[in-house]
Design a protein around this ligand. Sequence first.
Ligand SMILES: Cc1ncc(COP(=O)(O)O)c(C=O)c1O
Length: 455
Amino acid sequence: MPAKSKTPAKSAKTKATAPAGSNAALLARREAAVARGVASAAPIFAARAENAELWDVEGKRYIDFAGGIAVLNTGHRHPGVIAAAKAQEDLYTHTSFQVVPYEPYVALAEKLNALAPGDFAKKSLLVTTGAEAVENAVKIARAYTRRPGVIAFSAGYHGRTLLTLGLTGKVTPYKKDVGPFPGDIWRAPFPDARNGITVDDALKALDTLMKTDADPDRVAAIILEPVLGEGGYHPVPTEMWQALRAICDKHGILLIADEIQSGFARTGAWFAIEHSGVVPDLITVAKSMAGGYPIAGVIGRAEVMDALAPGGLGGTYGGNPVACAAALAAIEAIETEGLLARSTAMGESLRARFADMGARVAPFRMWDIRGLGAMLAVEFVTDFDSATPDATLTKAVVANALKRGLILLGCGMHGNAVRIMVPITASDEIVAEGMAIFEAALAEAIAAEQKLAAE
Ligand SMILES: Cc1ncc(COP(=O)(O)O)c(C=O)c1O
């Protein structure tokens, strides 16, 4: 569906005097009213958005390669998603599923059960946020196995609540000053070729962990993102998944795939773990499941999902009916618009474009182009010999791109990667325009560096 270029009907003309609706005036209000800990990557305020384009309150147009942090695989305001949400709003917007249940919740659970890998009976739970989905996956795993322990991985990101922060493997900014975190959580190294940790190394470390601290008989679950999200878009190698499945089977541990960022067409599959052929016991979902509406869930083996007694799961807003209707429509759009195949094709063309850009515009600085399908990141270094992460260059590229009308988001443990989360529904023209801006932003950053070096 090609995106149309429209500007908002009303927009402030200049920000020089910071008029009431300008980015500068809103930033000042935001700084005074909003807690400092809530950071925003772009110092602009949204006025409206359509598919892969966004306009700020001053009428400036941006191409959106961030997709609200991987929420918009079907684009801003997908017509089917908006129509379904509006139709649901005309009926009822909230009853609480725990008080008076409704069909869209059941229909979404049925759909998720059918989409998730695994030739066995499945059941689903719906909640509101990704962190809540992860919390519930752990609760379910503990109740089913009657064990307390969870093993997570370095550089993993699972949310900002206290349990999920315990699972998240990055201190700054997420875990700084807010501990202690819940006990019975252990961390194993992620097999990251970039940092010289092979699958073999990671498995040896896991084996050591299970001998020294994490008694496998006390471990309920192993949780892992199939492609590290915040951690830098590193895909989990297939041999790692296979080994983890075998370890879980040997010790009666449940395998949880956190697909919150990687699900729903981002990698060219419904779920990124499908690329490995390994079937997890539980899957956590959120983000692009509903094209911009807050809903999340846990999908899993029926007998595992039924471990808690009635009342043990839920929440007032969990599986909101408007968000359920939006999710069913977003899933339908992925099916009818062939977005899985489009994601794969988009990923291939973006890779080729980045390889060409890196060689021409920033020789020996674009160290890695990695990911799965259209879940792609590029990493910048000071030089190929030392491969030292270059967060300064990365920040400059992101800032230059914003100035030129492209929204980008970084990722990675060293802040030196840029991840691409452009809607899969974006037209080829819009993606090409965004990539041209990326290239110009990179060229500008390299030129500024060279100028500084010459001074
Ligand atoms: C893999 C993964 N898990 C969990 C979360 C937490 O989701 P939320 O921010 O909706 O709580 C995220 C969010 O970025 C994520 O990428």
